[in-house]
Design a protein around this ligand. Structure first.
Ligand SMILES: C[S@@+](CC[C@H](N)C(=O)[O-])C[C@H]1O[C@@H](n2cnc3c(N)ncnc32)[C@H](O)[C@@H]1O
Length: 294
């Protein structure tokens, strides 16, 4: 079906309101995009949605929709009627689902590990293949922080190791660790949907019997050989003692979700427990890693 897209310039204060307006004048779906390409994480259920300072609110309309009427309506309620910044675009008549699926390809991390969408053939049947579909919960491997953690896991010998995946999201790191030979993975996330997604993805990969999943309030006490935490710098700072409690003496830890400018501060914090490796950078994100020996 052909579509018309209406882009409306907004900001932190107006984004939500403009979204309601677009829905009120017949938009079938509304998306927010950053006009300046600033990275932002998905909000958790129940969290307040954080919008960018320069947001574009995009409404998708059926091509037969009366757009003159929609724009007249928007101008009638917009605070700056004549200055309302908007753009109309005719979208090609494509099979959008097909297009979306075509954009996800198997991705290789490190030497052995592939993450493959379930509708694709695995490029190397002898490799370590994690089958994963892009879903609601964060983590398909396309984000640099996930990629940094996957590459780190691939570089380790995980045979018979116990691994903690703190902030497991889709479970991608847990699945990778299990497929790379870990004996058991404990996945922890504050989002119950993430735990559901991790379980479903583990079942799809046939590794659910070696994955245990917990909300933080139920998290077990244990010492793991390997701990990976891809959350944000704020929680990594606050939860450093909790995360380090999981790391056994001589155990390994990797942390990501950290912007380049935040790297040295966190390196210092985790350096209280560990000998840290040099910081690894991908795009504007970093991975910290180290061995617990203090
Ligand atoms: C950036 S995603 C990472 C997902 C996946 N591990 C990956 O590497 O792609 C961060 C995840 O951490 C979870 N999270 C955020 N704060 C947390 C906390 N304090 N305790 C546990 N999980 C947390 C979020 O719900 C989210 O699923």
């Amino acid at each position: 079906m052909p579509w018309i897209q209406l882009r409306l310039a907004a900001n932190e204060e107006t984004a939500e309101k403009y979204s309601d307006w677009l829905m009120a004048c017949g938009s079938q779906a509304v998306t927010f995009i950053d006009a300046q390409d600033t990275p932002i994480y998905e909000p958790l259920p129940g969290d307040e949605v954080v919008y960018w300072n320069n947001t574009v609110v995009m409404g998708l309309f059926d091509a037969s929709h009366d757009m003159d009427k929609a724009i007249a309506y928007l101008k009638s309620i917009h605070p700056d009627k004549d200055g309302m910044k908007y753009k109309l675009e005719q979208l090609e008549d494509k099979d959008w689902e097909r297009e979306w699926m075509d954009n996800f390809h198997p991705m290789k991390f490190g030497e052995r590990l592939w993450v493959c969408p379930s509708w694709r053939d695995v490029p190397d049947a002898d490799a370590v293949n994690v089958m994963l579909d892009p879903g609601l919960a964060f983590g398909t491997g396309t984000h640099p922080t996930t990629a940094l953690c996957l590459t780190w896991l691939d570089s380790l010998d995980l045979t018979d190791k116990v691994v903690v995946d703190f902030g497991c999201g889709s479970g991608i790191l847990s699945l990778a660790a299990l497929k790379l030979g870990a004996k058991k993975v404990i996945g922890i996330d504050i989002d119950p949907q993430a735990l559901q997604a991790s379980l479903a993805n583990a079942q799809r990969n046939g590794v659910e019997d070696r994955l245990e999943l917990f909300l933080p309030k139920d998290q077990p006490t244990l010492q793991a050989d390997v701990v990976v935490a891809n959350i944000l710098a704020g929680p990594l700072r606050e939860l450093a003692p909790v995360i380090m409690n999981y790391v056994a003496q001589n155990g390994l830890v990797a942390l990501s979700g950290i912007l380049e400018e935040q790297g040295s501060e966190l390196q210092g914090i985790y350096g209280q427990w560990c000998t840290m490796d040099p910081i690894t950078v991908q795009e504007e994100w970093v991975r910290l890693s180290g061995v617990r020996n203090k």
